[in-house]
Design a protein around this ligand. Structure first.
Ligand code: 48H
Length: 258
């Protein structure tokens, strides 16, 4: 058995983490939120060679996937999402009428694994509380340790990115931060963030079609699209989140190439 020195173990954790942290203070793309839409975007961008950092406030990334519907750990996806999931080696079981059942443990773990293996860095327990805006463009986010945020008077630090993606789900945290300052968004001015009543068909189409850049340097994907624009919620179906992440990855790639 390898001989153990407890301080050496702590040194490995500290030095490895801080090496990543130092490297990731500046990225091409900062993705806030490690739910399905953020993870899909992270995987596709990282695979294309983009330097991607995901900041996730919770201990476990995966967002709303884990709970499936009412805590039953099965996610339903439409057939349009199956090719990407199959490419990621996430198994989809045909159920009926173009709908597939996916084990939520496999979906969450699979998306995290593939994003990280493609080169995305995922920093958990990091809560993003604000944006950096200079000359009318978002160029970073303001973040703190989740355990500190809201609990202690400790200042945050900044992660910069050429593109920032709000994938914070129902909270649409970054859109809220801009609205609060009355900064001019490219989207209609709904007075408060918040989704409309549940309509699975419309809600799923909405998060795919409306995923876009909403302010120079800031894109939205997944449930934050519904929250930011007042689109319908869709209930326990995840194909739209996957396709929304896919669409926004294409948009960000195209923008970074210019
Ligand atoms: C860092 C943060 C912060 C912050 C939040 O909720 P998510 O799963 O988001 P999506 O859009 O990828 O997927 C939505 C889906 O899970 C869902 O909720 C559906 C389909 N609902 C339908 C309905 O009708 O209710 O993930 C967002 C992630 C989470 O992991 C959060 O912890 C994280 O973002 N997050 N991370 N800083 N300030 N806020």
């Amino acid at each position: 058995m390898t001989r153990l020195d407890e301080v050496e173990i702590s040194k490995i954790i500290t030095s490895t983490y801080h090496e990543t942290l130092l490297d990731r203070l500046a990225s091409d793309v900062v993705i806030v939120g490690g739910g399905p839409s953020g993870l899909v975007a992270a995987f596709l961008l990282a695979r294309a060679g983009t330097k991607v950092t995901i900041l996730e406030k919770r201990l476990s990334p995966g967002g709303g996937i884990w709970g499936g519907g009412m805590g039953m750990n099965v996610a339903v996806v439409q057939e349009e999402a199956v090719p990407l999931l199959t490419e990621l080696a996430i198994r989809c079981r045909s159920a009926r009428d173009g709908l597939y059942a996916v084990d939520t443990i496999e979906l969450s773990a699979g998306l995290c694994l593939k994003a990280v293996q493609a080169g995305a860095a995922l920093l958990n327990l990091v809560t993003v509380e604000d944006l950096c805006v200079r000359q009318g463009r978002v160029h970073g986010v303001v973040a703190n340790r989740s355990m500190i945020y809201g609990a202690l008077p400790v200042d945050p630090i900044v992660f910069s990115g050429r593109a920032v993606l709000d994938a914070t789900g129902h909270e649409a945290v970054l859109v809220q931060a801009l609205r609060k300052r009355r900064l001019p968004l490219k989207i209609k001015d709904v007075t408060e963030c918040g989704e409309g009543p549940l309509d699975a068909q419309q809600g799923e189409q909405f998060v795919v079609d409306q995923a876009d850049e909403v302010f120079p340097g800031l894109w939205i994907t997944g449930m934050s699209v519904s929250a930011a624009l007042g689109g319908p919620r869709m209930g326990p179906i995840f194909g739209g989140m996957i396709l929304s992440g896919q669409r926004i990855a294409q948009q960000i790639s195209a923008a970074l190439a210019n």
